[in-house]
Design a protein around this ligand. Structure first.
Ligand code: HSE
Length: 339
């Protein structure tokens, strides 16, 4: 079957997956029998393009790289009409995260699922705020709602836990879940001030559209909630997770920690206990010998505590265009293998 893919949102992640698909088209067909066309793209800054026979991704990427609007196959449809009426069987929801209400992404996901189309999302809003409802809706309509790109970019975390680790019981997940803050803390150790590093993180596309979400810990908190819901299958809501970011950590604090043989890291954690579930996000001063102390820059690390294997840790990129684009490919291939 040839997949017909639609992309909502053509920012960092949308362009990342479009570049990967363009580059790997032949390999994906040859190795996995994965054949596709991207037939629809809605990018608020660039317009909406639709061609049921497949869009010319190279031209559209060129347009965007030059800062222009899409030059081919433009249509004047709104997103919901595009989702419903286009020739697509998979929608990638890659618009910017809104952790207050979920924003338009919630309607995008619901509309796609109700139209019998699979959804792959890197947007943390739907998964952090409405996972139970949306996954039930997907089940009812016999489609998949996949979210690998919401946690630790393309480093496979959700598909690892629910794939190769599925036979283990996972009781605790803990680690560094936000690339921007880890990058900031790493650079601050070199003496660079908070505001200057944050600016670099924004320029490089690591930070969220509104970086408050990163530095106050809200992004990591959303990931903790997603891990609780999808991996631990425990419905935790954002309000149940205590949360503190890194804005109060000064260069002096970093220096003091260094002298104590320690390092500041923003740690997210969720654990099943006898009485329920506990979850938190907070900066911690950890010993330089701790494996998490060695995780620098935008790298993230996550440890799963399991019944059969003890601790299993995965380390990898936690942010970035191609790195998060890969998460979308990971879910697209999962859809391909499982349907
Ligand atoms: N802003 C996020 C981070 C991007 O820095 O980790 C990936 O979710």
């Amino acid at each position: 079957m040839k997949h017909k893919i639609g992309i909502l949102g053509f920012g960092t992640v949308g362009q990342g997956i479009a570049e990967i698909l363009t580059e790997k088209r032949a390999t994906l067909k040859q190795r996995f029998g994965f054949e596709f066309e991207v037939t629809a793209i809605a990018g608020s800054r660039y317009g909406t393009a639709y061609n049921p026979n497949g869009l010319d991704l190279k031209t559209l990427l060129d347009d965007v790289h030059k800062g222009n609007q899409f030059s081919k196959d433009r249509v004047d449809w709104d997103n919901l009409k595009l989702i419903r009426e286009s020739d697509t069987n998979i929608w990638c929801e890659l618009t910017y995260t809104n952790l207050e209400t979920g924003g338009a992404a919630i309607d995008h996901v619901k509309t796609a699922i109700k139209a019998g189309k699979h959804v792959v999302s890197s947007n943390k809003g739907p998964a952090a705020l409405y996972y139970s409802e949306l996954s039930l809706l997907a089940k009812k309509h016999n489609v998949m709602f996949l979210n690998e790109g919401t946690v630790v970019a393309g480093t496979p975390v959700l598909n690892l836990a629910n794939g190769p680790l599925a036979g283990c019981e996972i009781t605790k997940i803990q680690g560094i879940l936000n690339g921007t803050t880890n990058f900031i803390l790493t650079e601050m150790e070199k003496g660079v001030g908070f505001k200057d590093v944050l600016k670099i993180a924004q320029e490089k596309g690591y930070a969220e559209a509104d970086p408050t979400g990163d530095v106050e810990g809200y992004d990591a908190r959303a990931k903790v909630v997603i891990l609780a819901n999808i991996v631990l299958q425990s419905p935790v809501s954002i309000n149940n997770v205590s949360c503190k970011g890194i804005t109060e950590i000064s260069l002096t604090d970093i220096d003091v920690a260094k002298k104590e043989g320690k390092r500041w890291k923003l740690i997210g954690s969720v654990e099943k206990t006898n009485t329920g579930i506990t979850a938190s996000v907070a900066p911690q001063k950890i010993s330089i010998d701790d494996p998490l102390a060695g995780i620098s820059g935008t790298k993230n690390a996550l440890t799963f505590t399991t019944d059969l294997l003890g601790d299993v840790t995965i380390v990898g990129p936690g942010a970035g265009k191609i790195e998060t684009g890969f998460a979308i490919l990971n879910d697209l291939l999962r859809l391909h293998f499982e349907n």
